[in-house]
Design a protein around this ligand. Structure first.
Ligand code: SAM
Ligand code: SF4
Ligand code: F3S
Length: 471
């Protein structure tokens, strides 16, 4: 996520940062690739699939773009600014290519379909363009591009899930891993480009998901995050037995791998999250009590224009239900300020919804019109930029208040924390997260990353709990 956002885990997590990986390879690689990823966790998970495909072709990863044979940028189209960041990087890589004419530069991911013509032909920025469902064709495309041809494959698929490919964990801390459980999205929220860039929703073979999580656990990983644009609509039918697996059932199967494996998931859609999912979360201690439930707006009128298919009241009732079944559940949201026709009243409703929900974490954006989306075709982007920015700032202010309240409530409490690594701010401290996804820092003592420890919180900032190991 590259725009203004308030992500309190940002300091300590790998979200939203360019990826500079170093992959250990078994055989000395014949050639090297350098890859950067932008956008959401799904893109980061895809990068690990791409690394696996390239490794089987004899490529090893490097973190030095100057010496690489192949530079890849896994791109995001979600907002205009995200695309601009990628364009700036591509311009930089073109300069690198001028010094090293044999180098190939490729664009992957969500910008591929939309911008293939301009990137390849008009601006001559890249040698290959590969869409999110075409990564298996990368080896052939690299060969074509090496022969001087324009190499493009942006075909979207109704079946591709890369279920059989074991991702190579790039830049990993060896403790947390992303696992894709589905691809694409069928929801057609009017502001959103994802259904166009990633195509129709499809769920991945449940057994392949469980097998991947088991392998991660055997390799020492202690937390998996199951990823999809709308995980609650996960639905897979076993072709052999004709039995179906819902998201709640999948969660249970992954939870049963080991009580020492924490399981998280993202993203839930308010219209789809079921009581079944909530009760399954309640049943298993290792299913983390944290739900990312994007509201997008607090106004029913705007939600309708956004095609979110729920009202303010529906959303609030879902939040009440979550609190009833899982009283200690952490909750986060995405909100968009200044969507088409949004009035001050609508905006006030977003602020009051945020106050009511008391989010622990919020990703906040102002509306950025995306060509080809329903909103771009149907509505005027009529809220002036300065109004969007002011409203965004007001959302940020309310979020800061509520997250500070939520953090202060935790002072004096003791949490089970999975240690993820050394805190960026102090060599003497570890950081980890509790069940509710809050970051906690504490003196290192005798523990190590991957351990579970009980930490009592004695202080906090608006983004971090500060504590001491008690056992
Ligand atoms: N599938 C998830 C959902 O339904 O909430 C996440 C979708 S998207 C990858 C992440 C967030 O980007 C969205 O929840 C939305 O808040 C934001 N977003 C999407 N399109 C946007 C746009 N055109 N302008 C501003 N923010 C946008
Ligand atoms: Fe975009 Fe809506 Fe799908 Fe999320 S659910 S990816 S916001 S269309
Ligand atoms: Fe961006 Fe594509 Fe994710 S548009 S947010 S990388 S699905």
């Amino acid at each position: 996520m590259l725009e203004l956002m308030t992500d309190k885990t940002q300091d300590e997590s790998r979200q939203g940062e360019a990826y500079l990986p170093l992959t250990p390879t078994i055989h000395p690689p014949k050639k090297s690739f350098y890859i950067e990823s932008y956008g959401c966790a799904m893109n980061f998970a895809d990068t690990e699939v791409i690394a696996s495909i390239l490794q089987s072709e004899g490529y090893g990863a490097t973190n030095n773009c100057e010496s690489a044979d192949l530079i890849l940028v896994n791109t995001c189209s979600i907002r205009e600014k995200a695309e601009q960041t990628v364009r700036n990087r591509l311009t930089h890589f073109r300069q690198v290519k001028q010094k090293n004419p044999g180098l190939l530069v490729g664009v992957l991911g969500c910008m591929a379909e939309r911008l293939k013509a301009s990137l390849l032909e008009e601006e001559k920025l890249v040698d290959l363009v590969v869409g999110p469902d075409a990564y298996r064709s990368l080896p052939n495309l690299i060969e074509e591009a090496s022969g001087g041809q324009k190499a493009v494959n942006v075909l979207l698929s109704r079946e591709e899930t890369y279920a059989d490919i074991s991702p190579i964990r790039l830049n990993s801390n060896g403790i947390n891993a992303f696992v894709s459980i589905m691809r694409g999205c069928n929801n057609m929220c009017s502001f959103c480009v994802v259904p166009f860039t990633r195509g129709r929703e499809r769920s991945r073979d449940a057994q392949s998901i469980v097998t991947e999580c088991e392998a991660l656990f055997r390799d020492g990983y202690r937390e998996v995050t199951l990823l999809g644009q709308n995980v609650d609509s996960y639905y897979w039918t076993d072709p052999q037995t004709n039995k179906t697996v819902t998201f709640a059932e999948l969660l249970e199967r992954v939870a049963l791998i080991s009580p020492l494996l924490r399981v998280r998931f993202s993203t839930s859609h308010p219209k789809d999250i079921t009581d079944d999912v909530l009760f399954t979360m309640k049943k298993y201690e290792n299913l983390c009590k944290y739900i990312h439930l994007p509201a997008q707006s607090g106004s029913t009128r705007v939600l309708q224009l956004m095609n979110r298919t729920y009202s303010r009241e529906w959303y609030l009732a879902k939040v009440d239900r979550i609190r009833e079944i899982l009283p200690d559940c952490g909750l986060s949201t995405d909100m968009i300020a200044g969507f088409c026709t949004e009035t001050e009243e609508d905006h006030q409703e977003s602020l009051s919804l945020m106050r009511y929900c008391g989010y622990d974490l919020a990703y906040l954006y102002f509306y950025s019109e995306r060509p080809g989306t329903l909103a771009a075709r149907r509505f005027e982007d009529d809220v002036p930029l300065e109004v969007k920015k002011r409203r965004l700032q007001e959302l940020v202010d309310v979020y800061r208040e509520s997250s500070l309240i939520s953090m202060r409530k935790d002072v004096g409490k003791t949490f089970k924390v999975l240690i993820e690594g050394t805190s960026k701010k102090s060599e003497d401290q570890y950081f980890g997260r509790n069940d509710q996804n809050k970051v906690i820092v504490f003196p290192k003592g005798n523990c190590k990353p991957g351990d579970y420890v009980m930490v009592t919180v004695h202080d906090c900032t608006s983004g971090t709990l500060i504590g001491k190991v008690v056992s």
